[in-house]
Write a protein that binds this ligand. Structure first.
Ligand code: AMP
Length: 212
């Protein structure tokens, strides 16, 4: 299964991709995660990407394409993948199409995670990661026991650098301008499936799996 996950920041793409990965044993390929790893590793490229990401802007298309094409060549991606956060521009979508054509492995579907704006904002501003377990939590939506369990065990609830209000607002603008048009792009190619991504993680996953 080769799929692209579309949706605004905070629509739950990463969470749902991780669930699908565990369920179907196909890798989640997240350009955001790969870029954050480069930043954390302090590579020359990571240092350049850092300020772009902190401002909520897009890293240049050719850079992201380089990362993706290397990743899709790896063994674990040969039987399928879930692209999370890529493509984000029309150029990236065209590049992906060309890359997959060359590999003879076209995309099966582009799945849009559809969520109301108000919910997006809460998901983004409330998002935290437990420093001990890496578990993704949300101060508005996670059960209080889960939030308390992290801090009681000596962990901290960490907020992503780009989850502050100013950056969030820019990321949503960047999404509207650059990425939202991809919905139409994939609709025209007959590949678009929309999932109502409002609800608990399990409810959304049920709809997502059914849509596939
Ligand atoms: P994400 O974790 O998907 O929200 O991505 C975090 C940040 O990484 C984005 O705000 C961008 O700065 C950068 N990024 C991730 N994926 C891409 C992409 N496909 N194209 C350009 N920039 C990206």
């Amino acid at each position: 299964m080769r799929i692209v996950l579309l949706g605004a920041p905070g629509s739950g793409k990463g969470t749902q991709a991780k669930k699908l990965m565990a369920d179907k044993n196909i890798p989640q390929v997240s350009t955001g995660d790969m870029l954050r790893e480069a930043v954390a590793a302090g590579t020359r490229f990571g240092l350049k990407a850092k300020s772009v990401m902190e401002a909520g802007n897009l890293v240049p298309d050719d850079v992201v394409l380089g990362i993706i094409s290397e990743r899709l060549e790896q063994d674990d991606a040969q039987d399928g993948f879930i692209l999370d956060g890529f493509p984000r521009t029309r150029q990236q979508a065209l590049d992906l199409e060309e890359l997959l054509d060359q590999m003879g492995t076209p995309l099966d579907a582009a799945v849009l995670m559809d969520v109301d704006f108000e919910i997006l904002l809460k998901r983004l501003t409330g998002r935290r990661t437990c420093s001990l377990t890496g578990k993704l939590l949300n101060v508005y939506f996670s059960p209080q026991e889960e939030l308390d369990a992290c801090t009681a065990a000596g962990g901290e609830l960490i907020q992503r650098e780009d989850d502050n209000e100013q950056t969030i607002s820019n990321r949503l603008d960047v999404y509207r301008e650059n990425t939202e048009p991809l919905i139409e792009f994939y609709r025209k190619r007959g590949k678009l499936t929309t999932v109502d991504a409002d609800g608990t993680i399990d409810e959304v996953y049920e709809r997502f799996a059914a849509a596939l």
